[in-house]
Design a protein around this ligand. Structure first.
Ligand SMILES: N[C@@H](CCC(=O)N[C@@H](CS)C(=O)NCC(=O)O)C(=O)O
Length: 293
């Protein structure tokens, strides 16, 4: 679990925050995942919204809380936790809540930890497809001046150790600017990863109703967010019938639909962008087909 050390934190006001606080962005998949888990647990929290579309996560205030410059961040009685899957694990272990999201059996737990990490490792693929298909590139890209600020702000340590994550993020934003957006190669790399991952999930769902044999868990929440987002961006989920049925079943569950709903004007802009991509023969399935997928 990633709990920050005192020396990682420059925005010291958070050390005095009492209770449970989530710094998050409405449309961020990692924030949505965390909010669903908190709702499933029935745990109350105080909201601090951070508009990452307006680069509020690159400000000295935000970078002084999470040196990686990413949402979500959980602050519990002055302790700062980052990384969405770790936050969910922390919440599950700290609060009894309405349900248990991680299994107690050690073998199941080891299997689940591996699959949670697998989901987290694909996050830059989620981002690549989102930044290509959610909205036009000029609305999505981070100007170089914003990336310059990001690069220089924050402690650059996590848990008191030098941290390499920001450099990976900076490279993503700089490459995107240098390439004029997300390239077809990135689309194929990401859709190949998801095709492989979704086949693995399909196989699990052939054996049981939920991703873990013992029942609904944090693994369903974490992977659902990924499947939901990629499908919204145009991935052909009907290639995986069991996964599609599981996706639809969870979308019908109150917290899943509520925490991923976007304001209608945003949905309209996104739909228009995807229609324009399709009209230009550049939808996700067009790019996949052009590369024999
Ligand atoms: N592994 C991290 C990834 C966090 C992450 O990349 N968050 C995204 C939103 S989903 C973010 O903050 N992006 C910053 C930006 O777009 O400026 C986690 O699971 O919390």
């Amino acid at each position: 679990m990633v709990k920050l050390a005192r020396e990682d934190i420059r925005t010291t006001e958070v050390l005095d925050w009492k209770g449970l606080h989530l710094i998050h962005f409405m449309g961020s998949s990692c924030s949505q995942k965390t909010r669903i888990a908190l709702a499933e647990k029935g745990v109350e929290w105080e909201s601090h919204h951070c508009d990452i579309g307006a680069n509020e996560n690159f400000t000295p205030w935000f970078m002084g809380i999470n040196p990686r410059g990413l949402v979500p961040i959980l602050v519990h009685d002055g302790d700062v936790h980052i990384e969405s899957n770790d936050i969910i694990e922390y919440v599950d272990e700290t609060f009894d809540g309405d349900t248990k999201l991680f299994p107690s059996d050690p073998d199941e737990r080891a299997e689940m930890d591996r699959l949670m990490k697998y989901e987290d490792d694909l996050h830059l693929c989620v981002r690549a497809l989102t930044f290509r298909y959610f909205m036009p590139v000029e609305k999505m890209r981070k100007p170089d001046e914003a990336v310059d600020i990001y690069e220089k702000e924050g402690a650059d340590t996590v848990g008191g150790q030098e941290d390499g994550r920001k450099a990976i993020e900076v490279k993503f934003w700089r490459d995107m600017n240098a390439n004029g957006g997300i390239t077809d190669e990135q689309v194929i790399e990401a859709t190949d990863e998801f095709t492989k991952a979704f086949a693995m999930l399909e196989e699990r769902l052939e054996k049981h109703e939920w991703l873990m044999p013992s029942g609904f868990s944090a693994l369903d929440i974490a992977w659902w967010i990924t499947v939901f987002r990629i499908t919204r961006m145009g991935f052909p989920l009907d290639r995986f019938p069991k996964l599609k049925a599981w996706h639809d079943r969870l979308l019908a569950r109150e917290h899943f639909a509520r925490e991923t709903a976007l304001p209608p004007p945003v949905v309209e802009i996104s739909k228009a962008h995807q229609a324009a991509c399709a009209a230009a023969g550049q939808s996700m399935t067009d790019v996949m087909a052009a590369h024999g997928r």
